[in-house]
Design a protein around this ligand. Structure first.
Ligand code: G4P
Length: 554
């Protein structure tokens, strides 16, 4: 296996002209794959990297137990569960055969954690991307985690490309799958590549033209174990009919039917989050993978400027700025380091440059800058808008923080998502109270969990609030490893949180099944035992403030 190399941009002279900068931004595509566990995200990641010639054989970046593994097993917990808790980014160059010979695109695939428990990190990653690929298992259709992640994309206005995977295995009909997408999530699917052959008999893809006509047929040939790029034969409709007979006729008819119901691609509606281009694929066989990359290059938006707190745009050609979207500790147990991942918003990043940390106003040197994918780390010499860079041992940085040079800027904070799991946290031994306090403050500032307090419970036993229970395990593991404190946790019988205010606090605390806390950012949260209790209070006491927080499931 060839390991990921340092970024292309690291070896060339850094472009700093406005024109050069906008060209660098323009050729980048930064996206994440959103899917339910087992839909094939790791397999697709391998296949994408294979197409970009990053790895010579598929099977090298997989992280599951028992496989050739390079994905994170930094934390013991990850090892024990055979899952990846950490998110990282894979960067590769890609040339689409649809674009001029000299055009090389830079693809940034930002990895979302692949386990079934949610954490806030899963959501935060989506603040760092410009597009998402929604990966669906052809047999299972839309699954809960895909739905939750999709809601975050919708909330943030991230355009979504849909990939229906595992078409090499028996599954639902393609039209059924499209119906499910439009009915359950209200997104109009607009297939670009339609399958020839039913699920389980995947022969190739009909490429749809603007009004549904068959532009061409791409016929695939299997390779042993899907380990190499599947050879493609491209032919016109007549040749396709001669080759595939009724299978082709069915596909062509269905494609026309889609046009009759208005399911053709429209770039504006795609960017507005109303439609989603669809590609059928088999990540395992490498069928449809080139088409996914070509679609990203052709349709996904390149990095754009971002509005700051005051609503003023920071353009990609402005001086350097970046947003931290994730902090990961303990990725390398030998060094016990801490990486802050930032997404570059504007300007050029050059390793070693001194930037300002907007939240403290303090200068910050960026001597150790890396890209991380799996166990592979490489030094980043320079990076451009859309790129993700990990800063080593950047202790002051937390998700949502801004870094900049020259022109001061501060981007809006990342919204914290509605917690659904609550647990009381205590130090096992009272003698360790000081370390315990330090650990709580540190993990809180990193956004590992949300920390809630109220006068009744006091400071020795704060309440942790999380989107997924795995966040609690991370707290326990890190408290032990980094602060030498055994943490005791006790589930708290609440199931949801609502934002409230001081005027409602006293009355809410009088209610059964409700308790008000202050989160460390000062927001008052009412925890409620269940949704029926919430409905009851809202009906009986309509004047009390109980606002939903940003929730993936809302
Ligand atoms: P995840 O990261 O989304 O959790 O999924 P992953 O890629 O690990 O894939 C889950 C399972 O689905 C794997 O099988 C994988 O081989 C299989 N898979 C992924 N894509 C395809 C596809 O296009 N077609 C078919 N038929 N299977 C696919 P497994 O049995 O869990 O592991 P393995 O023994 O095959 O490695």
């Amino acid at each position: 296996m060839e390991g990921p190399e340092s970024t292309e941009s690291g070896s060339v002279a850094v472009t700093t002209t406005t024109k050069g900068l906008s060209a660098e931004a323009e050729r980048r595509r930064t996206f994440a794959v959103i899917s339910h566990p087992d839909a094939g995200k790791s397999t697709l990641t391998e296949a994408l990297a294979l197409h970009a010639k990053k790895i010579s054989e598929a099977g090298a970046v997989h992280g599951k137990a028992g496989r050739k593994s390079t994905v994170s097993d930094w934390m013991e917990m990850e090892k024990a569960r055979g899952i990846s808790v950490s998110s990282t980014a894979l960067q590769f160059n890609y040339h689409s055969s649809e674009t001029p010979d000299e055009q090389i695109n830079v693809i940034n695939l930002v990895d979302t954690p692949g386990h079934s428990d949610f954490s806030e990190d899963t959501y935060r990653v989506l603040t760092a991307v410009d597009a998402a690929v929604m990966l669906i298992d052809a047999a299972k259709g839309l699954e809960p985690q895909t739905l939750k992640l999709f809601q975050v994309c919708r909330h943030r206005g991230i355009p979504v490309i849909t990939v229906i995977n595992k078409w090499d295995r028996p599954g639902q009909t393609p039209l059924e799958l499209l119906d499910e997408i439009s009915e359950r999530i209200g997104l109009t699917p607009t297939p670009l590549y339609w399958p020839v052959g039913i699920a389980g008999d995947f022969r190739g893809l009909l490429r749809r033209g603007e009004d549904g006509e068959a532009r061409e047929y791409v016929r695939f040939t299997r390779t042993a174990g899907g380990a190499k790029i599947a050879p493609e034969e491209v032919m016109d409709a007549d040749a396709a009919l001669a080759k595939e007979g009724s299978e082709w006729e069915t596909a062509a008819e269905e494609s026309e039917l889609l046009s009759a119901t208005g399911q053709d691609h429209d770039q504006e509606m795609f960017l507005a989050g109303q439609t989603s281009p669809v590609i059928f694929a088999s990540a395992m066989l490498n069928f449809g993978v080139r088409q996914i990359l070509d679609t990203l290059v052709e349709l996904a938006p390149p990095p754009r400027g971002r509005e700051d707190l005051s609503g003023k745009p920071r353009e990609v050609t402005d001086p350097f700025s970046a947003v931290v979207f994730k902090v990961q500790a303990g990725m390398d147990t030998a060094h016990r380091d801490r990486l802050a991942f930032m997404r570059i918003v504007s300007g050029v990043f050059e390793r070693g440059m001194v930037v300002t940390h907007a939240q403290t106003g303090k200068p910050f040197t960026t001597k150790y800058a890396q890209t991380v994918f799996g166990r592979e780390r490489s030094t980043v010499e320079s990076a451009f808008p859309g790129d993700v860079v990990g800063l080593v041992n950047a202790t002051a940085l937390a998700p949502g923080h801004t870094l900049y040079t020259e022109k001061k800027v501060e981007f809006p904070p990342i919204p914290s998502f509605a917690p659904e799991h609550f647990s009381i946290l205590r130090a096992e031994s009272a003698g360790k109270y000081k370390q315990f306090r330090r650990a709580v403050d540190q993990l809180d500032s990193e956004g590992v969990v949300q920390i809630l307090r109220n006068d009744i419970r006091g400071d020795a036993s704060p309440v942790m609030a999380a989107v997924g229970p795995m966040q609690f395990e991370v707290v326990a593991a890190r408290m032990k490893a980094e602060f030498n404190v055994e943490a005791k946790m006790e589930p708290l019988g609440y199931a949801l949180a609502r934002r409230t205010d001081a005027a409602s606090e006293v009355e809410l605390n009088r209610q059964r099944g409700v308790e008000v806390f202050t989160r460390s950012d000062g927001v008052l949260l009412a925890l409620v035992s269940d949704k029926w209790r919430l409905q009851y209070i809202q009906k009986e006491l309509p004047d009390l403030t109980l606002e939903p927080l940003v929730a993936a499931a809302d």
